[in-house]
Write a protein that binds this ligand. Structure first.
Ligand SMILES: [Zn+2]
Ligand SMILES: [Zn+2]
Length: 262
């Protein structure tokens, strides 16, 4: 084997963006050595949809949770308590705080995020965290509801080196590096991706969003993870194989429940 299977640690394949060519999307992923795709739920319907996709496709591995955008419609979350006990579920998420859009009131976002961090602790499940313009409250929540012996990823990391280093030092979390690292003007992120400890970085597409260069403006898909892997190798002055090897073993430490995929 010349290169380990890549793990896309964050994707949304359940949407209508993929209904017309889903099998071709998975075939292109496999051809690009992306053998495992963690699909994150955002509410009850999408969490159930990720479980259904996972039942049909080995490469797809499900996470279930409530996105901060949808926190105000999460209800009592009894459904999550049930779904998360499915043995195939590799993580709770995505969950977190998004103060950029504020689609749900911030106090509701905080409450729903806290409940998911607590549930993850009770069940020893990893957590997939979304954080946008909410860094202070993220740290506050991790201090209250998380301990560093657990597992979490701050996905779509676009922060500075200092913020990433502080998260790793205090909480021992992983950081998800996605398409943004391929953007020409993302200089602070380039610096962070180049210098943060490689053993805490994982790759993700967050597809259909965050499409890497040179495909910006089009739908993203897991096969494009290879572009992000190549850019990270370039920034760190190392080989694509070294990045693939490290990020795949990191993903397996982050999500111990991952199966072999394709
Ligand atoms: Zn997100
Ligand atoms: Zn996402």
């Amino acid at each position: 084997m010349n290169q380990p299977v890549l793990v896309d640690t964050h994707a949304h394949l359940d949407g209508s963006e993929y209904t017309s060519d889903f099998d071709a999307v998975l075939a292109r992923a496999a051809a690009a050595d992306v053998g495992i795709i963690v699909c994150a739920g955002q509410d009850e319907a999408t969490s159930r949809a990720t479980l259904e996709l996972a039942a049909r496709h080995h490469a797809v591995q499900p996470a279930v949770g409530v996105h901060p955008h949808l926190a105000s419609s999460a209800g009592g979350m009894h459904w999550l308590d049930g779904l998360v006990r499915d043995a195939r579920v590799v993580a709770i998420g995505e969950c977190g705080l998004d103060y950029h859009y504020d689609f749900s009131p911030r106090d509701v976002q905080r409450d729903v995020f806290a409940r998911q961090l607590q549930l993850a602790g009770e069940l020893s499940k990893p957590v997939i965290i979304h954080c946008r313009e909410s860094e202070d409250d993220l740290i506050d929540h991790l201090r209250r509801y998380y301990t560093r012996d657990r597992r979490a990823v701050v996905h779509c990391f676009t922060g500075t080196y200092d913020f990433g280093k502080a998260l790793i030092d205090e909480f021992d979390v992983y950081l998800g590096i996605g398409g943004a690292v391929t953007f020409k003007k993302a200089e602070a992120l380039h610096d962070a991706a180049a210098r943060l400890p490689l053993e805490r970085l994982v790759l993700e597409t967050d597809c259909p969003y965050m499409t890497p260069a040179p495909h910006r403006g089009k739908r993203n898909e897991p096969a494009y993870l290879a572009l992000t892997c190549a850019r990270l190798a370039d920034l760190r002055a190392t080989t694509v194989e070294a990045i693939a090897q490290a990020t795949t073993s990191n993903a397996r430490r982050l999500f111990p429940g991952l199966l072999d995929g394709t």
